[in-house]
Design a protein around this ligand. Structure first.
Ligand code: ZN
Length: 150
């Protein structure tokens, strides 16, 4: 498994896995959703602080594999200061990118997230990378307290 994944573990993923950004419980969060990927055992809780339409703060807790941790860490960094619409657009782009529906990886659109696009070569890992985003989607829509990728 480690050998197969080696290509994915680029510097950014290593870095975010070792030192996850925004890894904390948020007091007074406006949204709190738990995400679970039973395929791998990744579990996270996403916290959002909203100011009108703007995601003022994002943080998470939980434990998962390196890809899921790096993905949620990157995501919390990227969505801060974005509007919920912008965040949903990123989710769309990221989802297409990881599932290989877009031929080209849109580097400009997703920035650092592009490092996770390598998961599309490993279908079993796609859910690890997208778990954070499905959880974000649920948090933005504010309809569920927990989601599962299965
Ligand atoms: Zn995983």
């Amino acid at each position: 498994m480690f050998e197969d994944l080696r290509d994915l573990y680029q510097e950014v993923i290593f870095d975010h896995n070792r030192n996850p950004r925004n890894f904390r419980i948020m007091e007074n969060a406006d949204r709190k959703v738990e995400g679970f990927n039973p395929l791998c055992g990744d579990r996270l809780t996403l916290f959002l602080k909203l100011n009108g339409d703007v995601i003022e703060d994002a943080s998470f807790q939980g434990s998962g594999c390196a890809i899921s941790t790096a993905s949620v860490s990157l995501m919390t960094e990227i969505i801060k200061g974005k509007t919920v619409d912008e965040a949903e657009q990123l989710f769309e782009t990221f989802h297409k990118m990881t599932t290989g529906k877009d031929e080209e990886i849109q580097l400009e659109a997703v920035g650092k997230l592009a490092v996770l696009a390598g998961v599309r070569e490993y279908p079993a890992r796609v859910k690890c990378a997208t778990l954070a985003w499905h959880t974000l989607d649920a948090a933005i829509k504010n309809q569920q307290e927990s989601i599962s990728t299965e």
